[in-house]
Design a protein around this ligand. Structure first.
Ligand code: NAD
Length: 337
């Protein structure tokens, strides 16, 4: 059993904790509570052991007796998944993980350099094998890497241009926005393009991005210059046969991010999550003239697509060599293919 500790029990962390607890080859040693909230209450209800960060007075005031501090948790685990807000992961690396010589996984809010290796399981599982520190790339980068990797393997990529239409905030988040505006990211390229190259090292990619008043998923409009001629039906088949990608259709009335999220809830997915990247069948197109262009649109559930990646990364970093097998084991516990 791989003993896993979870530091940062928020949007991503609570999902990773549940995913770890569902694996037959892993044991969730405990989760941290930085502040007391409903998340702590749910962790307690689920029977997770709770470890404090900065003293435990707030927890005790609210009737939670911690099982120890983060330092005690570090002594019990083979690996930590750190899902704290951006930049805190780097501080935790310096203050806790390095001094205690504990392996750690970071999330997309941290810089690639913090870990030195960035990860999307179906693209570069082997790069994380036995590493001490690895970063799971952001939700947007994970979405781009999954589908571009499939395109690259089948057709070869000359270059990519993608525009990310990003949700303004997560559904629970009362602090961020916009509420009534469309906000372009005023840098060229947006950081997503260079970030994709930390995983798909040789793919030429240029990205632009904007934020919109929605909490339900991101959408990517992707244009790829491919090396070989492609047919729309073959591309759709390729996406259908790729892991962690779901082809959705107008005929199912899955025409929007709202309907995809409702579909995930109706399927009984935990928290109504959709960890697969959803590609619209009707929005796949090819242009074959003197050049070959592939166009598609995809939706990314920001709260959940990176969660299976964390599980596979735990296996890779603790020496499980068979990436395809790990993906299969993880997928089974999520009910995805
Ligand atoms: P979040 O704010 O929902 O959760 C962060 C958790 O960390 C909270 O429970 C908070 O109490 C805790 N925390 C804060 N400071 C801490 C500290 N010093 N020590 C321990 N715990 C602390 O954040 P999130 O959205 O889950 O993001 C976490 C990471 O995942 C970030 O790197 C983010 O960029 C990345 N990420 C987020 C999303 C998303 O859409 N939410 C998607 C992919 C990746």
């Amino acid at each position: 059993m791989i003993k896993v500790g979870l530091v940062g029990y928020g949007t991503i962390g609570k999902r990773v904790a549940d995913a770890v607890a569902a694996q037959k080859d892993m044991k969730l040693a405990g989760v941290t509570a930085h502040t007391y909230s409903f998340n702590t209450e749910v962790a307690k209800q689920k029977g997770y052991r709770i470890f404090s960060i900065d003293g435990d007075s707030e927890l005790k005031e609210n009737g939670i007796k911690p099982d120890g501090t983060i330092k005690n948790l570090l002594e019990e685990v083979d690996i930590i998944v750190d899902a704290t807000p951006k930049k805190v992961g780097k501080e935790n690396l310096d203050n806790y993980y390095k001094p205690k010589k504990v392996k750690a996984i970071f999330q997309g809010g941290e810089k690639h350099e913090t870990a030195g290796t960035s990860f999307v399981a179906q693209c570069n599982y082997n790069e994380a094998l036995n590493r001490d520190y690895v970063r799971i790339v952001s939700c947007n980068t994970t979405g781009l890497c999954r589908t571009l990797d499939a395109v690259n393997k089948k057709y070869g990529i000359d270059s990519v241009h993608a525009t990310m239409i990003r949700r303004g905030a997560d559904p629970w988040d009362i602090y961020h926005g916009p509420i009534n505006a469309i906000v372009p990211v005023l840098e060229m390229p947006s950081h997503h393009g260079p970030d994709v190259r930390t995983v798909l090292h040789n793919v030429e990619i240029f990205t632009t991005a904007l934020s919109v008043p929605s909490t339900l998923m991101h959408i990517h409009a992707v244009t790829v210059d491919i090396k070989k001629k492609a047919k729309v039906d073959d591309v759709i088949e390729m996406f259908k046969n790729s892991t962690r990608i779901r082809v959705v259709r107008n005929a199912e009335h899955l025409r929007s991010t709202a309907e995809i999220m409702e579909f995930a809830r109706d399927m009984g997915r935990l928290r109504g999550d959709m960890p697969e990247i959803c590609i619209w069948k009707e929005a796949v197109g090819v242009i074959s003239n003197s050049y070959n262009k592939l166009l598609y649109m995809q939706a990314v559930h920001q709260e959940s697509d990176v969660v299976p990646e964390n599980v596979d990364c735990i296996r890779a970093m603790t020496g499980f060599k068979d990436g395809a097998k790990s993906i299969e084991m993880t997928n089974k516990t999520f009910g995805i293919k």
